[in-house]
Write a protein that binds this ligand. Structure first.
Ligand SMILES: CC(C)(COP(=O)(O)OP(=O)(O)OC[C@H]1O[C@@H](n2cnc3c(N)ncnc32)[C@H](O)[C@@H]1OP(=O)(O)O)[C@@H](O)C(=O)NCCC(=O)NCCS
Length: 187
């Protein structure tokens, strides 16, 4: 196994998970109807712990949502990269995603964490493109995608939501490595 990655930004650190300590703070987010208002439902403790452990495992393989750590606060969210599951039909691909505790939102923390994740994905991981998706109603999320320079590609049906579900239609956003590099040089 490779050495677990820690990424340092100006304010936050993306670090490997500390288990079981981080699961309590994660559950505070996953149980919160405000934080989860654009998801099909809030999570119970078992679901939240399973999600956290899955992310911790994925981070140990260097492609997962890291624990977002803010000095003085500790765990404030989860942001990072994940291999896209085959049922999405996007082939071999990597997604970026984010979840920040409501009390810590609108401070630029998701953006900082996302920029660190993109730099790691296009840098050391050598990815050619990174995807993201969210329902149109999740304006905070797709606005963040646009702020990061991602382009809206199309609308698709989320494969794990049934026909007729109000959250089934999702925007798919794409960021290509070439566009990411060009943006670094102000093109
Ligand atoms: C989406 C989310 C991660 C943003 O986290 P955040 O730390 O508040 O975001 P930031 O402060 O870094 O904001 C960065 C940009 O995102 C966009 N944004 C964030 N919150 C927004 C809001 N409430 N309304 C509109 N745009 C918003 C803006 O473009 C913002 O840039 P600006 O501040 O210059 O306008 C956060 O709202 C969240 O955790 N939501 C719940 C989980 C979720 O829905 N995850 C995505 C599932 S697809």
């Amino acid at each position: 196994m490779t050495e677990p990655i820690t990424l340092h930004g100006p304010r936050i650190t993306l670090r490997p998970w500390r288990l079981p300590e981080d699961l309590e703070a994660l559950f505070a987010i996953n149980r919160d109807p405000q934080a989860m208002r654009f998801f099909p439902k809030v999570m119970d403790r078992a679901e939240s712990d399973a999600w956290g452990r899955r992310m911790a495992d994925a981070c140990a393989r260097n492609k997962g949502f890291w624990a977002v750590d803010l000095p003085g606060e500790g765990f404030v969210g989860a942001v990072g990269l994940l291999p896209v599951a085959p049922d999405f039909g996007f082939g071999e691909a990597t997604e970026i995603g984010w979840r920040i505790a409501p009390r810590m939102q609108r401070r630029g923390l998701a953006e900082e964490a996302a920029r660190l994740s993109l730099a790691y994905g296009f840098g050391p991981l050598g990815l050619d493109r990174i995807l993201a998706w969210t329902p149109p109603v999740n304006e905070p999320s797709w606005r963040l995608m646009e702020k990061l320079g991602m382009r809206r590609d199309r609308i698709f049906d989320h494969p794990r939501l049934p026909a007729g579900h109000e959250l089934r239609a999702h925007y798919l956003y794409v960021l290509d490595r070439t566009a990411w590099i060009a943006a670094r040089f102000g093109d």
